[in-house]
Each structure stands twice: as C-alpha cells, then as structure tokens.
Write a protein that binds this ligand. Structure first.
Ligand SMILES: [Zn+2]
Ligand SMILES: [Zn+2]
Length: 187
C-alpha cells in the first residue's frame, strides 16, 4: 500500500473513480490523477513537462487564457462551441465532478437505465463525451444552451432514481458553479 507521505497523488482517476490498467496522469499541482480520456478536456498524449489539471485551474485563469476579444470566434450553431466556451464548459464540468452529489449522476447506472427505461440516459459521462472541438465529432454540442438543456434532461431522468430533494440540491450546485464561470449567465 502506498504511504501518502511518499506519494501525494490519489490512486484512482478523479472522474471515473477507477484505478484500472490504463495510464493515469498526475497533476503537478493537486493530488488528482486522470485517465487521458477522462480528463476534461481529454489529453492526447502523456504530458512531458509540468502539467496542471483543469480541476485545480481557476475560472479566472481559464478566462484569462481564452479572452473574449474582438476577432475571437464565438460559438455558432453550425460550427459548434468556440474555444473559449469549450474550455469554460470543461471547467464547469470539472466543478460538477468535484462535488460529492455528482457521484449519483456520473453514469454508473447507464446500462440499468437503458434496460428498464428504454431511453438513452443523459449523465455527466455522456455530456463529457459530447464535448469536443473536432469539427467531425458526431453529436457534439453546438452551444452552451445545448449543454445546459442536457443537464436539465439529466436531472429529469435522475428523478427516476433519486429523491426530489437531491435533485433540487444538484440544481443549485449547477447554478452556483455555472453562474460563477459565466456558463449559465454569460458575462
Ligand atoms: Zn478515468
Ligand atoms: Zn490539479
């Protein structure tokens, strides 16, 4: 067993909570570790230099790195999310993954849901998979409104499994972290 004093990193991916066989990359700033495909946004190759995950990057840093300037592309329904909106949405999703309540909507019940409800489940996992900048990516989000609409659908479906008090609590979490980053209420 690892002793935390020697290895400050966590043993399980912060998103899927699995240790698994696949490579886990460690953040150089916080203790979190991730599978390449689980981090938001996905990481294509194992970083060679110092690397900071988006979980411990602040909204402010994201906004500074992707400023809203004249000439910078905005999200458009035909093109999809702009680079700035994409990064902001990824950060927003990280904030949702951070809260304990998100454990219930990460998608662990996807198969069960499909089997019994005969509907395609919307979960944080399915939303994460649709976040892409690739022009060819099928089913990717085209606007922030689309993302928020899917969160609404996710919560609606979650009422099948969870108490309405849980849903209300999670709605407030979404509002707080969404408004903070300007995902729900554009600055
Ligand atoms: Zn993972
Ligand atoms: Zn980190």
């Amino acid at each position: 067993m690892k002793i935390s004093m020697e290895d400050p990193n966590e043993d399980y991916c912060a998103v899927c909570l699995d240790g698994g066989e696949d490579v886990l990359i460690c953040c150089d700033v916080c203790p979190k570790v991730f599978h390449l495909n689980c981090h938001l946004p996905t990481v294509k190759t194992v970083p060679k230099d110092e690397w900071q995950c988006l979980f411990c990057t602040t909204y402010e840093s994201v906004l500074e790195k992707y400023p809203l300037e004249e000439g910078v592309e905005e999200s458009e329904p035909e093109k999809g999310l702009s680079l700035r909106d994409f990064q902001l949405t990824c950060k927003f999703m990280c904030e949702l993954y951070k809260v304990r309540e998100s454990l219930t909507v990460r998608g662990f019940y996807e198969r069960l849901f499909q089997q019994y409800m005969n509907q395609v489940p919307v979960t944080l996992t399915s939303i994460r998979k649709r976040l892409s900048l690739d022009p060819e990516a099928p089913d990717k989000f085209h606007s922030l409104k689309d993302v928020v609409w899917n969160l609404r659908k996710m919560l609606h479906q979650a009422t099948v499994f969870y108490d309405v008090r849980f849903i209300i609590q999670f709605v407030f979490i979404i509002l707080v972290v969404g408004v903070e980053g300007g995902v729900i209420c554009r600055p």
